[in-house]
Design a protein around this ligand. Structure first.
Ligand SMILES: *[C@@H]1O[C@H](CO)[C@@H](O)[C@H](O)[C@H]1NC(C)=O
Ligand SMILES: *[C@@H]1O[C@H](CO)[C@@H](O)[C@H](O)[C@H]1NC(C)=O
Ligand SMILES: *[C@@H]1O[C@H](CO)[C@@H](O)[C@H](O)[C@H]1NC(C)=O
Ligand SMILES: *[C@@H]1O[C@H](CO)[C@@H](O)[C@H](O)[C@H]1NC(C)=O
Ligand SMILES: *[C@@H]1O[C@H](CO)[C@@H](O)[C@H](O)[C@H]1NC(C)=O
Ligand SMILES: *[C@@H]1O[C@H](CO)[C@@H](O)[C@H](O)[C@H]1NC(C)=O
Ligand SMILES: *[C@@H]1O[C@H](CO)[C@@H](O)[C@H](O)[C@H]1NC(C)=O
Ligand SMILES: *[C@@H]1O[C@H](CO)[C@@H](O)[C@H](O)[C@H]1NC(C)=O
Ligand SMILES: *[C@@H]1O[C@H](CO)[C@@H](O)[C@H](O)[C@H]1NC(C)=O
Ligand SMILES: *[C@@H]1O[C@H](CO)[C@@H](O)[C@H](O)[C@H]1NC(C)=O
Ligand SMILES: *[C@@H]1O[C@H](CO)[C@@H](O)[C@H](O)[C@H]1NC(C)=O
Ligand SMILES: *[C@@H]1O[C@H](CO)[C@@H](O)[C@H](O)[C@H]1NC(C)=O
Length: 635
């Protein structure tokens, strides 16, 4: 989950960044700056009939909660009658004509303007830049307004996130100077569609085209049309219901294309038959979840400009696993390689040695091989990936001891070889859970950069190391780790600690109080002894200490954990009473104290736990009734 969010965020960041850079470049190239104060001539103020047009536009906006148009007034003081000074309006410093309208809703949905886009905009016939994105300006028709196709000077048109439906107007083909067109929509809404994109070919200057989420399911010849847009640099067609990408083009004109996103379409044909593998100018290629099967194309190995390559979730109903035959050795610009669930099998060492980029310096920062069928041992060569920040190898069949080759080389059984530190010196996220790694962790990981480390469900033995000093999320559950809990010296950022189902012994020491940021703690199913700690932090949301050998009483102080949603202390040897004020733990949804030696009355305050939906007090020596009033499913 976190990994996905991470990746999504990274991908979005990359796209956003790219987009911003692109816009910035466009802007720098063409847009005049608003009038600066000038000694010789004062800048022309706005042209009266254009001001009237803007006021008519405002009039058609029925709701403006963010107050974007508050400054748009005919009669105010402070020069407000000069529409060139209104928010979002920019005029030519030479002629005074309105050149730009920038009214994007950058806030939440609640901040969106509502109403319709007034045809009065047609009076702004020098308009070059129109951005109304993420406002609810669909008007009663709900359709994209055709008349915008008459704003013939437009270079930039952004109507993204406006919940239009119905077809894309062919009239937009009249916008012959257009360089930037964004008609994309949010995936959570009903959206627009088109049966014919041939009007795009009348936009020879188009550099940026985003039709994400526009239904293009019936546009069979889309690659031919796109191929007639030689200026194109960014093309986004994700969630477009595109039926296939296996059209053959006699000649490729797209020599400027830097980004192609065709994710979330269901192509259902062999990957090698797709038309875009010759576009060697591509820097960003997103093909997540496109149902393409078979081998990766050899031509991929020549796409040396690639910085981000996402081939994740490419499976179809046959689920045929493929071996990596394509040699990516020369992709020296690659920073992100996502092959999550790309149905790969084969030897991981071979993959690293002979297929992944071998460049110096190696720029690879993010490598995701999660959920494949890779076998074998992690190779020493991984040490050359010195830029790596995210390494996801979860859910494969990687074997061997984690400190690979330690046994053979160094005679030292519990120390990680130097190459391992070199390899991971910059890694902040590592997931190798659900494999078959054995061996031990190094005794001291304090100097690694790891912030998230997931090694659950392997066969690791030995002790828990000194934790990486910046660690936030640590999951070593479901291994054969023994010895005491980690010392809480350092590692003050720890958020989540999952060590369940190991063979840990000893007490939960007071040093746990040092984890000021801890909110999820799962130490269940170990051999921990002693009393539960007294000093748990009030912001914790989940505590699971079940199936251990804890003795003593449930500390009264536990009732101060009023963010706690889940508390499981079952299957221990706890005695004494259930804290009387347990009803103060207002967030509690699940409470399991079963199979202990608790005695006394069931506290009446339990009835105050309005969110409680799971309660198990069984196999204790408690008396009294479960108080009514709470919404319990299970007892
Ligand atoms: C780590 O990988 C495993 C196995 O693929 C997966 O289930 C888990 O969600 C991953 N964890 C994170 C935080 O990415
Ligand atoms: C108008 O703005 C452009 C671009 O900033 C500038 O080069 C030009 O000198 C300005 N012209 C006047 C008349 O201010
Ligand atoms: C396009 O959308 C409109 C309105 O939602 C719908 O009536 C029409 O059938 C759709 N056309 C296609 C080709 O999907
Ligand atoms: C705009 O496009 C439409 C449809 O493509 C066409 O019929 C119309 O003549 C064009 N208008 C102008 C002013 O070019
Ligand atoms: C692009 O290539 C096609 C052949 O696929 C050719 O017919 C067309 O003229 C070219 N278009 C442009 C705009 O260069
Ligand atoms: C292209 O792929 C589709 C499936 O998406 C298939 O039906 C069609 O036969 C393929 N066409 C060619 C020329 O391979
Ligand atoms: C793409 O590359 C392949 C092999 O290099 C070549 O056969 C094909 O003609 C190229 N296609 C285009 C459209 O350039
Ligand atoms: C991976 O391991 C699982 C479970 O241990 C096994 O069922 C599967 O056959 C293995 N796959 C390969 C490719 O070795
Ligand atoms: C670790 O796994 C490797 C490969 O499966 C095996 O050869 C080795 O004996 C195992 N070592 C231990 C200590 O279990
Ligand atoms: C821990 O994080 C801090 C702040 O981001 C950073 O300066 C420091 O280098 C990190 N420590 C390690 C060992 O990476
Ligand atoms: C439930 O909460 C209310 C308000 O906090 C308090 O007055 C009352 O005594 C509590 N009931 C029990 C049984 O603890
Ligand atoms: C259960 O509690 C009762 C009264 O509180 C006590 O007499 C009895 O010995 C307890 N039984 C056990 C098994 O602890």
């Amino acid at each position: 989950m976190v990994a996905t969010v991470h990746r999504l965020a990274a991908a979005m960041l990359v796209s956003l960044l790219c987009c911003f850079l692109f816009i910035a470049t466009l802007k720098a190239q063409q847009q005049p700056q608003p009038a600066a104060s000038d000694n010789t001539a004062s800048p022309p103020s706005c042209i009266p009939h254009e001001r009237d047009a803007l006021l008519a536009f405002k009039h058609a906006v029925t709701s403006d909660p963010a107050g974007l148009l508050t400054s748009w007034r005919r009669d105010g003081g402070h020069g407000e009658q000069d529409c060139c000074r209104w928010r979002g309006v920019r005029c030519s410093n030479r002629t005074g004509h309105v050149h730009e309208l920038r009214l994007r809703n950058t806030g939440e949905e609640e901040a969106a303007m509502e109403g319709k886009i007034s045809p009065s905009l047609l009076a702004l016939d020098h308009l070059e830049h129109l951005d109304l994105s993420w406002n609810d300006l669909t008007g009663p028709s709900g359709r994209l307004p055709e008349f915008l196709g008459s704003l013939k000077n437009l270079k930039y048109l952004d109507l993204s996130g406006i919940p239009f439906y119905g077809g894309l107007p062919r009239q937009f083909g009249n916008l012959s100077r257009l360089q930037y067109l964004d008609l994309s929509n949010s995936i959570f809404r009903e959206s627009t569609n088109s049966t014919d994109l041939s009007w795009l070919t009348r936009l020879p200057s188009i550099q940026y085209l985003n039709l994400n989420q526009v239904n293009l399911g019936t546009v069979v010849d889309w690659p031919h049309i796109i191929n007639m847009l030689p200026s194109l640099r960014v093309l986004r067609l994700s969630y477009c219901s595109l039926a296939s990408a296996n059209q053959s083009l006699p000649h490729l004109n797209l020599t400027n294309l830097e980004e192609l996103d065709a994710s979330w379409n269901s192509f259902d044909h062999p990957m090698v038959t797709s038309w875009f593998w010759n576009i060697t100018s591509l820097r960003y290629l997103y093909l997540h979840d496109t149902s393409m099967y078979g081998q990766f194309p050899d031509a991929l190995g020549d796409m040396t400009s690639l910085q981000v390559l996402d081939l994740s979730y490419n499976y179809n109903n046959d689920e045929k696993y493929r071996i990596m035959t394509t040699d990516l050795k020369n992709l020296c610009n690659l920073e992100v390689l996502n092959l999550d669930w790309a149905l790969l099998y084969g030897d991981i060492a071979e993959l690293f040695r002979n297929k992944l980029p071998r460049c110096s310096p190696n720029k690879l920062q993010e490598l995701d091989l999660n959920w494949n069928q890779l076998t074998g041992m992690l190779p020493r060569w991984i040490g050359q990936l010195t830029s790596l920040v995210i390494l996801n190898l979860g859910r494969n069949n990687i074997t061997g001891s984690l400190p690979i080759s330690v046994g053979q080389l160094t005679g030292i059984a519990d120390k990680l070889p130097q190459w391992f530190f070199d390899a991971f010196s910059n890694v902040r996220f590592m997931n190798i859970s659900n494999n078959q790694l054995n061996g031990t962790l190094p005794t001291d990981m304090g100097s690694t950069s790891l912030e998230e480390l997931y090694l659950s469900s392997n066969q690791l033995t030995g002790h828990i190391p000194i934790l990486p000093s910046n660690i936030s999320f640590l999951n070593l559950s479901n291994n054969f780790l023994s010895g005491p809990l980690p010392s809480a010296v350092g590692s003050t950022n720890l958020n989540q600690l999952s060590l369940f189902s190991n063979r840990l012994t000893g007490h939960i020491s007071e040093s746990f109080c040092k984890y000021q940021q801890l909110f999820v703690l799962d130490l269940s199913n170990n051999f921990l002894e002693g009393e539960p700690p007294l000093c748990l932090k009030t912001r914790m949301t989940s505590i699971d200490l079940s199936s251990n050998n804890l003795i003593g009483e449930i500390p009264e102080e536990i009732v101060f954990l009023d963010d706690l949603v889940n508390l499981n202390l079952s299957r221990n040897h706890l005695s004494g009473v259930v804290p009387n004020k347990i009803g103060e733990m207002q967030s509690l949804e699940s409470l399991d104290l079963s199979r202990n030696m608790l005695s006394g009355e069931i506290p009446a305050s339990l009835s105050n736990l309005t969110f409680l939906s799971y309660l198990d007090l069984s196999y204790n020596n408690l008396t009294g009734r479960i108080p009514s009033g709470s919404q319990l499913d299970t007892l």
